[in-house]
Design a protein around this ligand. Structure first.
Ligand code: 5RP
Length: 225
């Protein structure tokens, strides 16, 4: 089975959690796209929901699908956020931010009663860290934050597009930080978050309540161990 098919199966399966009247957070990325397309179909068949997008990309995709959108400034609590992930472990700690939307993804997830992720099976790992951890930093003085993250043991690379810094929807830069195996994700999250200039990290600790993983035998649901 192709990776795309695994993503599609997982993303579409997660929509079983969606109920009439819900306010949803909609994630960003190639797996989230499958969920948004399916949700669009469900809305066109009469499902009544409203959604907060976690990126401009998601906003445009969801709007094109006819999904009613609500500005985040109008919402302080969501029922359910559905999103992808770059890596997840058995505690359902996540690395996110491969698409650079980690700040909005995290603030929306944290405002939600429940955050659920979907992914292809290869994203499940014993230890987080093979995927470089995205950290969003303020452009002013980003080099200082980068040095402090290096001092925590990472190799740090400023994310670039066509030779220029990648700029997030949130007007931040992204540092892709390779720590190797992350033995204690909660402790690392605390250390990076304490650095002035860091706007948000791609570590999602105790935020995700369930994962749908698409693999060759279909979809498996995981809860934190
Ligand atoms: C974007 C994200 C994505 O959810 C993550 O990168 C997974 O993307 P994909 O579904 O394309 O593999 O965190 O910031």
């Amino acid at each position: 089975m192709s990776k795309d098919r695994e993503k599609q199966l997982a993303a579409e399966a997660s929509l079983e959690l969606v109920e009439d009247g819900m306010t949803l957070g909609l994630g960003t990325g190639s797996t989230a796209k499958f969920a948004i397309l399916k949700l669009g179909e469900m809305v066109r068949k009469g499902l009544k929901v409203r959604a907060v997008p976690t990126s401009e990309w998601t906003h445009d995709l969801a709007q094109g699908q006819g999904i009613p959108l609500v500005d985040f400034s109008q919402v302080t609590r969501l029922d359910l956020t559905l999103d992808g992930a770059d890596e997840l472990d058995a505690d359902l700690h996540l690395i996110k931010g491969g698409g650079g939307a980690l700040f909005r993804e995290k603030i929306v997830a944290r405002a939600s009663d429940r955050m659920v992720v979907f992914a292809d099976a290869a994203k499940q790992v014993e230890h987080l860290g093979a995927f470089p951890l995205p950290v969003e930093v303020n452009p002013f003085g980003w080099q200082v934050a980068a040095e402090k993250i290096k001092a925590l043991g990472a190799t740090v690379k400023l994310r670039e597009v066509n030779g220029n810094p990648f700029v997030s929807d949130n007007h931040g830069y992204i540092l892709d930080c390779s720590f190797g195996v992350i033995k204690n994700p909660p402790a690392l999250e605390d250390k990076i978050s304490a650095i002035t200039g860091v706007m948000e990290t791609g570590l999602f600790i105790h935020i995700c309540k369930m994962a749908y993983l698409g693999g060759k035998d279909g979809v498996v649901k995981l809860k934190p161990r």
